[in-house]
Design a protein around this ligand. Structure first.
Ligand code: 5GP
Ligand code: MG
Ligand code: MG
Length: 178
C-alpha cells in the first residue's frame, strides 16, 4: 500500500499527538456540558474514535453518513443524509467531527439542517483543512492542521473506498487516480 503514496504527510505518532492535544482543549471547553460527539462516516471514523478517547468529560457518541452527489476526488456540495443520528440533539452541545474541510460545501449544507433540531450549541472539529480550496466560508472551531491542495489518503480518508485503513496520512500518487 505504501508504494502507492508519493509522500507521507502525517505519521501515526503525529496523529496520536494531535488527537491528544485536541482532546485536551475540547475536554476543557465542554466541562459540565451535555456533549454529543458526531462523527461523519466514513472518513472521520478513525479520527472520531481516537479523539473521543482523549475527551475526559462524559460524552455521547453518534454518527452520521452524508452523501454529496458527485464522485471522484471532489464533492458537489448537495448534501443528503444517508444515515441520520440515532438520538435527538435538542438542547445538547453537539460537536461535529469531520476528516477534512475542502470546498466547505458539505458542512455549509449540514449545519442549517442540524440547527433546525435546536441543539444548545453546534461546533465543528476537523482534523484537516485545505483553505486554498474553499468555495464557501466555514468556521472551524477546532482544527488539527491546514494542508496544501494534494489528494490525501489514509486514517479514514479514501480513494474509491480504498486506503482508509492506512494508519497514517499520505499523498496519493497522481497516476493512481489520474
Ligand atoms: P467539501 O464539501 O468540504 O468539499 O468536502 C469535504 C469532503 O471531501 C471530505 O469529508 C472528504 O470526504 C472529501 N475530501 C476532500 N479532500 C480530500 C482529500 O484530500 N482526500 C480524500 N480522501 N477525501 C477528501
Ligand atoms: Mg468526510
Ligand atoms: Mg471520500
Amino acid at each position: 500500500m505504501m508504494e502507492d503514496l508519493e509522500s507521507i504527510m502525517f505519521t501515526k505518532e503525529q496523529l496520536a499527538n494531535k488527537t491528544k492535544a485536541m482532546g485536551r482543549i475540547i475536554s476543557r471547553d465542554y466541562e459540565g456540558k451535555d456533549l454529543v460527539v458526531v462523527g461523519i462516516l466514513k472518513g472521520a471514523a478513525m479520527f472520531t474514535m481516537d479523539l473521543v478517547r482523549e475527551i475526559t468529560c462524559p460524552a455521547r457518541l453518534d454518527f452520521m453518513s452524508l452523501s454529496s452527489y458527485g464522485s471522484g476526488t471532489t464533492s458537489s456540495g448537495v448534501v443528503k443524509i444517508r444515515k441520520d443520528l440515532e438520538a435527538d440533539i435538542k438542547g445538547k452541545d453537539v460537536l461535529i467531527c469531520e476528516d477534512i474541510i475542502d470546498s466547505g460545501l458539505t458542512m455549509k449544507n449540514l449545519f442549517p439542517m442540524l440547527m433546525k433540531r435546536e441543539p444548545a450549541s453546534l461546533r465543528l472539529c476537523a482534523l484537516l483543512s485545505k483553505p486554498s480550496r474553499r468555495e464557501v466560508d466555514v468556521n472551524i472551531d477546532y482544527l488539527g492542521w491546514e494542508v496544501p491542495d494534494a489528494f490525501l489518503v489514509g486514517y479514514g480518508l479514501d480513494y474509491a473506498e480504498k486506503y482508509r485503513n492506512l494508519p497514517l496520512i499520505g499523498v496519493l500518487k497522481r497516476e493512481i487516480y489520474a
